[in-house]
Design a protein around this ligand. Structure first.
Ligand code: VGL
Ligand code: ZN
Length: 201
């Protein structure tokens, strides 16, 4: 009976997929180690949400070619997720349904945004759909997942962090672990796919 009901996707839940783009996968320009491993896991969540007709949102990093986060402009990163480029396209194998809402972020030269809520209408769309609890997974744990989760909590949403559906950049080796700790401290509850599958449908 352990927390079964709470882990069943239900009315009021939304799935938030963070930046599942080629450039963040092995072989991409800002590759996250094992970034591709989250895809089959997150596809399971997509399936469950689709089966119950629950909303799915996919954020994407959507930079202009002269974006301020790129090293040529004095930023920390190599060029990545440039609008309409191959690297900005969705991860191969990601079963993103046509009905998924796409949230593009950091799409002007002078502004970076690690959070899917930053300068987007994501919070508004979620409230409009009556969403209260967000299941959040994607890339990368220590940047866009971290900031999206922290903003979601600040906006008053409940957050379930999909710990088997995230991977970290780890500029410092323990960045990912520290990010998970921060998210938990802020109120996110970590869950895994097996928790969901054990729950009553
Ligand atoms: C991200 C670094 C730079 C992310 C985006 O999606 O986590 N990380 N831009
Ligand atoms: Zn970026």
């Amino acid at each position: 009976m352990r927390e079964q009901t709470a882990l069943t996707p239900t009315e009021g839940d939304a799935l938030i997929l963070v930046d599942l783009q080629r450039d963040f996968l092995p072989g991409g320009s800002l590759a996250v180690a094992e970034g591709d491993r989250v895809i089959p896991v997150l596809n399971h969540y997509i399936e469950r949400f689709q089966a119950h007709d629950l909303p799915i949102f996919a954020t994407r990093d959507w930079h202009p070619a002269n974006h301020c986060s790129f090293q040529a402009q004095g930023g920390p990163w190599p060029p990545h997720c440039i609008q309409h480029s191959e690297g900005a396209s969705w991860a191969p194998g990601l079963a993103l349904p046509a009905a998924a809402r796409i949230i593009s972020k950091a799409d002007s030269p002078a502004q970076d945004a690690y959070s899917g809520f930053q300068q987007t209408d994501l919070a508004h769309q979620l409230r409009q759909r009556g969403c209260k609890r967000l299941l959040i997974g994607g890339l990368a744990t220590d940047y866009c997942v971290l900031n999206t989760v922290l903003d979601a909590l600040k906006e008053g949403f409940e957050v379930l962090l999909l710990t088997d559906g995230i991977r970290a950049v780890n500029v410092q080796p323990d960045d990912g672990a520290r990010a998970i700790e921060r998210m938990q401290t802020a109120g996110a509850r970590p869950i895994e796919l097996t928790d969901l599958n054990n729950a009553t449908p």
